[in-house]
Design a protein around this ligand. Structure first.
Ligand SMILES: Nc1ncnc2c1ncn2[C@@H]1O[C@H](COP(=O)(O)OP(=O)(O)OP(=O)(O)O)[C@@H](O)[C@H]1O
Ligand SMILES: [Mg+2]
Length: 323
């Protein structure tokens, strides 16, 4: 069964007399038990979409069903079945971690004894029992994020929404949180998360939707999306020309034009990306062509296709550049 379904979802905002179309007709289908990643740059419409799916914001148009509940008709039932952890976290700084969890459980209509039990169980399950009496403001960034996760989980939701769960965490704390998220999946929770980390979408998610300017431009399993790019990417960074030269990217592109094995060339802010079937075979010919045209390269690299290449293909700009 689908855990989340959305059709032609739209939402715009009015800001200083101007209309911002944050979400422009999004279709989504997330199966029960999946980790689905919503990947996109700042302002793409990720938070707006998640808030609509999590019953926190009404769409202008379109249809949403979450945890088997059609919105807004079965909003009350949906709210019992979903958890939401916002981009900012959301613990009350003035009360200890345990009390925060109890309050959250009470909001989900557990009675005091049930709420207490659920709060303690959740802290134990996430390895946070040591933090029970701490005030949130005394916690490290990684600990705060895990407490936020606990808050979203205390009522054992079937579907959990996480908006940028690892934003700003160091690699070790991020990896620890990934493990928690995977453990939740094993326990049967469906997880919908947003991220602008390519590595996160790639490593953690069963399927991803890539969103840009309010539209989904590609979706599928990370491996599938990367296969759609197929082959290797040769990156060429050119030296600045003798006359202070702009247009380095153009000079690289001109030099390489006409090489028969090149499938596509795209320019980003930092380098020219050349898509080929076999990078190891292509590099000597690329070097020769640059040489013949007098283009000096600072570096030439070889990569296999990444989700950034998928993003670049569908939007014409690099996600990395936006970060
Ligand atoms: N309440 C609001 N009022 C006015 N404009 C808004 C509001 N919420 C979002 N927007 C605008 O809608 C667009 C999408 O915003 P949204 O927060 O959904 O993006 P996002 O993908 O979550 O970005 P980020 O990665 O920065 O969190 C942006 O242009 C944003 O400024
Ligand atoms: Mg956001």
């Amino acid at each position: 069964m689908a855990a989340i379904e959305a059709e032609r979802l739209t939402r715009s905002f009015r800001r200083r007399g101007k209309v911002v179309e944050a979400v422009r007709g999004i279709d989504l289908h997330v199966d029960e038990g999946e980790i689905f990643g919503f990947l996109g740059p700042n302002g793409a419409g990720k938070t707006t979409t998640v808030r609509m799916l999590a019953t926190l914001l009404a769409p202008d148009s379109g249809r949403v069903s979450v945890a088997g509940c059609e919105l807004p008709r079965r909003m009350g039932q949906a709210r019992r079945l979903i958890g939401y952890v916002g981009q900012a976290g959301g613990a009350d700084e003035s009360m200890p971690v345990l009390d925060n969890l109890i309050l959250q459980a009470r909001l989900h209509r557990l009675d005091q004894a049930e709420a207490h039990g659920a709060a303690e169980r959740t802290l134990h399950a996430l390895g946070l029992a040591d933090l029970t009496d701490r005030l949130p403001r005394t916690l490290s960034g990684g600990q705060r994020r895990r407490v936020a996760l606990a808050l979203g989980l205390v009522h054992q939701p079937a579907v959990l929404f996480l908006d940028e769960p690892t934003l700003g965490l160091d690699p070790a704390a991020r990896a620890a949180l990934w493990e928690e998220i995977r453990a939740l999946q094993v326990a049967g929770t469906t997880i919908f998360l947003t991220t602008h980390y390519l590595e996160e979408a790639d490593a953690l998610c069963d399927r991803v939707g890539i969103i840009d300017r309010g539209r989904i431009v590609a979706s599928g399993a990370p491996a599938e999306l990367k296969r759609s790019i197929s082959g290797d990417t040769v990156t060429v960074t050119a030296a600045v020309g003798e006359h202070g030269g702009d247009g380095d990217g153009d000079r690289v592109k001109n030099a390489l034009e006409g090489l028969s094995f090149i499938r596509e060339i795209r320019e980003t802010a930092s380098a020219v990306r050349v898509y080929v079937d076999n990078g190891a075979d292509a590099i000597p010919a690329v070097v020769r062509a640059l040489d013949t045209h007098g283009v000096r390269a600072v570096s030439i690299g070889l990569e296999s296709a990444s989700l950034d290449d998928v993003f670049l293909k569908h939007t014409g700009s690099s996600l990395r550049r936006e970060l």
